[in-house]
Design a protein around this ligand. Sequence first.
Ligand SMILES: [Zn+2]
Length: 295
Amino acid sequence: MRAIGVDLGGHKIAAGRVNGETIEARLEERTEGSREPGAVIAQIARMARELGADREVPVGVCVPGGLDAQRERAMMITNFADWNGLPIRRMFEDAVGVPVTVENDANAYALGEGFAGAAKGISDYVVLTLGTGIGGGVVAGGRLLTGAHGMAGELGHMVLGQNEPCGPGCGGLGHFEALCGADALERRAKGMGLGASPVLKDLWLKRDSPEVAPLWELALNDVARGVATLIHVFDPQLVVIGGGLHKGAGFMELLTARVPRYLGEPFRRALNVRGSELDTDAPIFGGAACALAHP
Ligand SMILES: [Zn+2]
């Protein structure tokens, strides 16, 4: 069974033809500069056709933002303001000429890990991606949790803080992303006197120095609280951590060691946290998985 997964980002589009659990052909292009719906949809349709889209090879497109519960319309797509309200699934389908499904990219990431990655064969799991934004998805009983309005699984907007403002397009206070997104962590580092424009990667390398250690003490505990909260709410078999942060040497060990202190006793025994296996390929696999699930 083959399908094409397309990961639409503000700056680049990555697409791949998935065959079983491998990506057998890939394309990557800069996103059409205007980000105008017609132009970008035509670009994606051309890429999908180049990769061999046809009736037997359906297409799943992941978009960086919200969709309605039916996965037909764009609701709030970051960096693609002109798209809001458009029936993008049908527009993609008309442009490609084969069946197309659409999913939020963080949810697709989660589905990808279940299709061919760290959560393969697991029916109840949570994927948390720690990057500039914090996102993820929840799979319960083998199904992606989408909620009443299609907005479930916004893990980066769990309220774990106080009054820290969340980014544009959200506007809430104290959200996980406003505490532990890469930009937020760099802001916190700056506030702690760790340089005028601190870079997270460098700060991780210096994590044992007396100046930098307190930043990671706070951040790791914040992320651990987020993970513990997810475990309490969803009782998953597994939590998968993706995004840039988890690739830092030792990050997973230091994080996992901090989770039990925030867990209720019965949950500690079932603790199972792993790093993402697919990383940036996860949405491509997830897009393909969506396409195959909706013939
Ligand atoms: Zn938020």
